[in-house]
Design a protein around this ligand. Structure first.
Ligand SMILES: Nc1nc2c(ncn2[C@@H]2O[C@H](COP(=O)(O)OP(=O)(O)OP(=O)(O)O)[C@@H](O)[C@H]2O)c(=O)[nH]1
Ligand SMILES: [Mg+2]
Length: 232
């Protein structure tokens, strides 16, 4: 699927501790209409059981994942593995929280826009969520992943894989389908988003602030920016 990029050369391993020094902090936000399953995806991502009675999010919820990223090959300038802390903001889909949610767009690195494959309206809203990003941040500096969730409800599906993929291609985004209920493709969702982001970093399309210095190889180039937190 990612044959032309360096993405397939990344090796990603989830690590437990958050006490290690990190190379990158990646801010990820999850958007999409109310009820599409964002909080259920967050539950699944953080190893918690699925809830049929999941309630609408009030404002914002939050999760953290830590990864070690290695690269199978030589890249001038970069020393691997990288320790990456991924901060995951689960935003309320309800209209009344829109202005709060928009205030979280700032300095985001990955945007995950979720729709429900059984709900055409939520799919039609994806473009609106994408447009809201353009108003608030530079969409070129982001990795965007569109997610068709609830694939376990196969018989009720209203949006085809092809429709989802075509929309994602048109928006220059990644596309993946998930089931938060069956925990299917959920870890993969974060992994492809993170690898997509880091692929752009390696290509020089996106610059992420490094949290610790000396991650560059000696003689392979110098740091352009001072280390500082990449959010806030
Ligand atoms: N069958 C099925 N149901 C799901 C799935 N994901 C979420 N649901 C259900 O969909 C409903 C809404 O899920 P939430 O995760 O709360 O939706 P949300 O996107 O966080 O909604 P807001 O917080 O209001 O924006 C709940 O009843 C969930 O149990 C899924 O993958 N499959
Ligand atoms: Mg929610």
């Amino acid at each position: 699927m990612f044959a032309k990029s360096k993405m397939e050369k990344f090796k990603l391993k989830e690590i437990e501790t958050s006490k290690v020094e990190v190379d990158y902090v990646v801010k990820t936000i999850m958007l999409g209409e109310s009820g599409v399953g964002k909080s259920s995806l967050l539950l699944s991502l953080t190893g918690k059981p699925f809830r049929l009675d999941s309630q609408p999010t009030i404002g914002i919820d939050f999760g953290v994942k830590n990864y070690e990223m290695d690269y199978d090959g030589e890249i001038e300038k970069y020393e691997f593995p990288w320790k990456v802390k991924l901060l995951l903001w689960d935003c309320a889909g309800q209209e009344r929280f829109r202005s709060i949610v928009k205030s979280y767009y700032r300095n985001a690195n990955i945007i995950i826009i979720v729709f429900d494959v059984c709900d055409v309206y939520s799919f039609e809203c994806v473009r609106g969520w994408y447009k809201s990003l353009e108003e608030c941040s530079d969409a070129n500096l982001l990795e965007i992943c569109i997610v068709g969730n609830k694939t376990d409800l196969g018989n009720h599906r209203k949006v085809s894989y092809e429709a989802g993929k075509t929309l994602a291609d048109n928006l220059g985004a990644l596309y993946i389908e998930t089931s938060a209920k069956d925990h299917e493709n959920v870890q993969e969702l974060l992994e492809i988003s993170l690898m997509g982001l880091m692929d752009k970093v390696l290509k020089g399309e996106i610059e992420l602030n490094r949290q610790r210095k000396n991650v560059f190889r000696m003689g392979g180039g110098s740091e352009k920016k001072e280390t500082r937190c990449c959010f806030g």
